[in-house]
Design a protein around this ligand. Structure first.
Ligand code: KG4
Ligand code: ZN
Length: 341
């Protein structure tokens, strides 16, 4: 089953062609992120305007790279929630028009479900590789700029939310921390880069909320603010790498603690999946590999491109949705800024 995916929930414009929810034939992504490096975050109105310009060239490129036309698709999948409303409307309007003009079913997809299914994606060049497909049940840590969730997944459409963030999302903690440290947006990659040459034991940040499965990051951000306030001016810059490394470690340790505890409580889950923009973080991956018991495998998306927002994951989720809930295709939907999965 060949699905054309469209994703425009934040500052990215992406379209993709994916076979059977796994084999990616194309997935071009245009981003207006550089325009927001100085504002420290996305300006919604600007993002949507740029997406209007980027959308049709990206659709054309996705089809051209995959060597097919809309007639070759079995369905079109689009992110309809949650996200920036103006941005979502660019994607959903485009998808409605393509679906109507090509006479193809339209599948509305929750953005987070796309992230959850992103570990199934493989480039078409690697499709014949002998690696095993991900398996269920699994535990999935989904960590991005908009959400931080820990799921127990029984199938692609059935699962239980074990924990979620009580305040900031993990990616937001990186973004806000970077702003305090004077590092560019998006904060995750810039903190990770600065942390490479730093000592993560140099500053001790408090471990948020010792028990439970929920997350909390706003205390860490405040702790960083106070550490910076109390440092002499010269040290704030001179020790930026140590601060970045220590702050990154505190975020990763908090995430890893939750995952390891949940896995111990659900030993039938022999796979732990980590998805979303923050899953690109090398320190988080290493910490989880060290802390998870042997016999439990850690899966992250096969490419960094599939950790952050992309249309291939939306096409994948569209495929698995139609396998398990065929009524999703052509269901009525609206673009929505907030919505629970
Ligand atoms: O999934 P995503 O692309 O968009 C949302 O759905 O929000 O995630 C973006 C978030 C940003 O907050 C960014 O700082 C974070 O993912 N991020 C990272 C890394 N790369 C992106 N966080 C930590 N380490 C990274 N290497
Ligand atoms: Zn996302």
């Amino acid at each position: 089953m060949r699905i054309f995916g469209i994703e425009t929930s934040c500052d990215e414009t992406s379209a993709a062609v994916v076979d059977d929810g796994t084999t990616v034939l194309s997935c071009p992504i245009a981003t207006s992120r550089d325009a927001f490096a100085r504002s420290g975050g996305v300006i919604p109105e600007d993002a949507a305007r740029k997406q209007v310009e980027a959308m049709l060239p990206i659709v054309t490129e996705a089809l051209k790279t995959a060597g097919c036309t809309l007639d070759d698709m079995d369905a079109i999948a689009v992110t309809h929630c949650p996200g920036l409303l103006g941005s979502l409307l660019v994607g959903t309007t485009t998808a409605r028009v393509l679906s109507w003009s090509a006479g193809k079913p339209l599948i509305p997809v929750h953005h987070t479900l796309g992230h959850l299914d992103s570990v199934w994606l493989r480039d078409s060049a690697d499709a014949g590789a002998a690696d095993e497909r991900p398996s269920l049940p699994c535990l999935t840590l989904s960590v991005s700029g908009g959400h931080s969730d820990l799921w127990l997944r029984e199938s692609h459409t059935r699962g239980r939310l074990l924990g979620t963030t009580l305040d900031d999302a993990a990616g937001e903690a990186f973004d806000k921390g970077a702003m305090l440290l004077g590092l560019p947006y998006p904060g995750g990659p810039s903190i990770a880069k600065a942390a490479d040459s730093g000592n993560e034991q140099a500053f001790r940040f408090p471990a948020p909320m010792p028990g439970g499965h929920d997350f909390s990051f706003s205390g860490l951000k405040t702790a960083l603010k106070y550490v910076l306030r109390d440092l002499p001016d010269a040290e704030r810059t001179a020790r930026r790498s140590d601060l970045a490394a220590s702050y990154q470690f505190a975020i990763c340790r908090h995430l890893a603690d939750r995952v390891v505890r949940a896995q111990a409580e659900h030993p039938a889950c022999k796979e732990v999946h980590v998805v979303g923009g923050v899953s690109a973080n090398a320190r988080l991956r290493l910490l989880l590999r060290e802390k998870l018991p042997s016999g439990v495998s850690l899966r992250t998306p096969s490419k960094i491109l599939y950790c952050t927002d992309n249309a291939a994951m939306i096409a994948a989720a569209g495929y698995f949705l139609t396998q398990e809930k065929p009524e999703t295709a052509n269901a009525e939907f609206q673009a929505m800024a907030t919505a629970k999965l």
